[in-house]
Write a protein that binds this ligand. Sequence first.
Ligand code: FBP
Length: 260
Amino acid sequence: MIKIEHLMTNGKTLILACDQGLEHGPADFNLQNIDPEYIIDIANKGGYNGLIFQHGLAEKYITNYNKKTPLIIKLNGKTNIPKIEPFSPLNCSVKRAIKLKADAVGYTVYVGSSCEPEIFREFAKVVEEAHDYGIPVIAWMYPRGSAVQNELSTDILAYAARVGLELGADFIKIKYNNDIPGFKWVVKAAGNAKVIVAGGHKLADEEFLKNAKEIMQTGAVGMAVGRNIWQHKTPVKMTKTLKEVIFENKGVKEVLKLLG
Ligand code: FBP
């Protein structure tokens, strides 16, 4: 079994995701949060269980001095510019990630893409190498492509989660479909792989926290959130509020008072 405890607190986890500069471009950022140092500061002050960066940011911004949060290097990525079947090619080896002091690696698998055979081949190598080095693999299991009619149906999410388990992922990062019983099935399908949920585009505080509360009722172990934190006007305060829901099982109304 691969050790995963360094990415968790009492069996739960909250990870800060910042790979959107590649996935969506600078459009997601403003003058403040476009600076990776700003993101690192949120991760450290918020006490996150992990910070997701591409290797370029890790190399240029993570230093011995500021590395207080476990580093998760995302090994593949793509832009949203070409309108082609989804495929997110590898741009960093596991070996390079280890050299950059990664504590875990991440990889996006587009389940249902016509590029699935190539994606699976790459992902198999990532899992084998990461596990040889003894570090966990977080798989973004995103159903996507012209054959996928509804990326958020319970059936396709459960299939994607199961594929992650079958292919050796330690954590499965997947989107929530606002269906508590349906998502419980998704979590079941993931078996012993731990399910963490992506945040999605920026929501109003109450809606975001309500989603987090529901997610934690489904058996997921936590969240990997990006825009809902670093696009927030008080990201560290929002982190503390979200942590009350994830780790302390508090209610939405109660924690909203914390935010003021
Ligand atoms: P957010 O919380 O900002 O949605 O980040 C989660 C994430 O999985 C990122 O890691 C990634 O960049 C992005 O969403 C990809 O989302 P999509 O492929 O739907 O644009």
